[in-house]
Design a protein around this ligand. Structure first.
Ligand code: UDP
Length: 501
């Protein structure tokens, strides 16, 4: 298929400059924390000029990305969605189950990855026909099959894993040195070879997700990634240069830091439409925020996948109530935990109605974080949320649930010093019901007071957070480190294409 006749998300067709330029094919993992930054990446590459982007999607995910597609269309950007049917049923998944957050059980995660792998041939067939041809494939690290397509087409393959360099490097060392082998969950892992001291209990290390069949799949993914031509990182030099340089030396490959990618959004409409349709009216949310004093509201959200158990949610709510601070609390328990709904309706919502807003379902997270009323972000430390907090200059209360989120917590609290720990006891595994409370209401109240009050420590944290927010924004301004990396990446891939004719 010749793209000049195909339907573009970016409407008006490609410019002559773009037609002669690098053509990036982006293959996201269909989980919100991986797909959202890839849509941002598509936008950033296309906005630079001299690059065009094809973003590979499946029907359900394309529908979720309607806001993104409308945005690039309106801006006239050369971005095209390449839609492939998803073979859910063939791999034992419910019909229409096309995103990790739709899996009925984490036990089906490996089926999901295998179904993604089955996109290899249909995608290769589409790319063989595509004119102008792809000049570079950037795939989620989990889609190692995309590397086979790149090799067949004779173009570079770059991987993206959705994490920061700090956590990626730690995970790489842990994996290469097999540091978790034969340790019990509580035993301490010393990540030797990491540029700064890093040790944590095994259960808090990256690579400890308890998902059936994942170990064998991960082994293949890691092995395949050693053949990639470089890595794309959603980060920026000024935040973790030490780790970027050491990691590059260790793997002997270029790490392209081109973030914070979320900063491709500059207005509240685009921010509100990011990732999915919000479950509440944006205007109402903004009006509520406008009515609060600058820096006075704490925003509580645990990403797209974390499941926080009912007892823990109640404890968290009671802690927020006791803190007496205004808050926005995103709850995804919904249909899964009717007892939480009952508890909210049984007095809690009424008691906090003047200062608490509860969002059930998908929140316009970026729009909220960028509002001047937000003074703190209680986060599960998923990397996108963490980086969004950093970019908005908002200090954090860290509440990691599992896997690399604990390493991200260390980056935020110990290295960047822009947050405080809530003090999580234990690990909350993805998709596993756990009855015990890991953070008490008193711990919530204490952390909120520590971060939001006028004490010297809190003020320093706030100042540093603002400073990192400024550095993050500068990285993507003309001449900034990430801006320059995007430019170089486009040039390098464009040159390779021209050299191969
Ligand atoms: N997000 C959002 N609204 C929600 C929940 C999540 O906009 O209600 C976005 C959030 O801004 C981030 C992504 O979804 O970009 C979640 O990614 P993250 O890495 O923080 O966590 P994960 O969901 O992968 O655990």
């Amino acid at each position: 298929m010749d793209d000049s006749t195909a339907g573009h998300a970016g409407g008006g067709g490609y410019t002559t400059a773009a037609a002669a330029a690098a053509h990036f094919v982006l293959v996201p993992m269909m989980a919100q924390g991986h797909a959202i930054p890839m849509t941002d990446m598509a936008r950033l590459l296309a906005e630079h000029g001299a690059a065009r982007v094809s973003l590979v999607v499946t029907p359900v995910n394309a529908a979720r990305m309607a806001g993104f597609a409308a945005g690039v269309e309106e801006a006239g950007l050369p971005v095209q969605l390449v839609e492939l049917p998803f073979p859910a049923a063939e791999f034992g998944l419910p019909d229409g189950c096309e995103n990790v957050d739709m899996l009925p059980s984490k036990d089906l995660f490996s089926n999901f990855l295998l179904a993604c792998g089955a996109l290899r041939e249909p995608l290769a067939a589409r790319l063989r026909q595509r004119r102008p041809p792809a000049s570079c494939i950037i795939s989620d690290m989990m889609h190692s099959w995309a590397g086979d397509i790149a090799r067949e087409l004779g173009v570079p393959w770059l991987t993206f894993n959705g994490s920061c360099t700090f956590a990626s490097f730690a995970r790489d060392i842990i994996y290469r040195k097999n540091l978790l082998e034969s340790l019990t969950d509580d035993e301490i892992v010393k990540v030797s070879g990491f540029p700064t001291p890093l040790e944590l209990p095994k259960a808090r290390c990256p690579g400890t997700l308890c998902v059936p069949g994942l170990k064998q799949i991960s082994d293949k993914i890691y092995e395949a990634e050693t053949r990639s031509d470089g890595r794309i990182m959603n980060s920026f030099q000024e935040m973790e240069s030490l780790y970027i340089e050491s990691f590059e030396r260790t793997i002997g490959k270029k790490i392209w830091t081109i973030g914070p990618m979320c900063l491709c959004h500059r207005d509240s409409n685009a921010m509100a439409a990011r990732g999915n349709k919000a479950s509440m009216d944006d205007a109402k949310c903004l009006q509520w925020l406008d009515s609060k004093k600058p820096g006075s509201v704490i925003f509580v959200s645990f990403g797209s996948l974390s499941s926080t158990d009912p007892q823990q949610l109640v404890e968290l709510g009671l802690g927020l109530e006791a803190s007496k601070k205004p808050f926005i609390w995103v709850i995804k328990a919904g249909k899964k935990f009717p007892e939480v709904e009952e508890w909210l309706a049984d007095g809690f919502e009424e008691r906090v109605k003047d200062r608490g807003m509860i969002i059930r379902g998908w929140a316009p997270q970026m729009m909220i974080l960028w509002h001047q009323a937000i003074g703190g972000f209680m986060t599960h430390c998923g990397w996108n949320s963490t980086l969004e907090g950093i970019s908005a200059g908002v200090p954090m209360i860290t509440w990691p649930h599992c896997s690399e989120q604990f390493v991200n917590e260390k980056l935020v609290v110990d290295h960047l010093k822009i947050g405080v720990e809530v003090g999580v006891k234990g690990v909350t595994q993805w998709g596993t019901e756990q009855k015990e409370v890991k953070v008490t209401r008193t711990a919530v109240e204490t952390a909120v007071s520590m971060l939001m009050d006028e004490g010297e420590v809190a003020q320093e944290i706030r100042m540093r957070a603002k400073d990192f927010g400024m550095k993050a924004r500068r990285a993507l301004e003309e001449g900034g480190s990430s801006y320059n990396n995007i430019k170089l990446l486009i040039q390098e891939m464009g040159n390779k294409q021209n050299a191969s004719g």
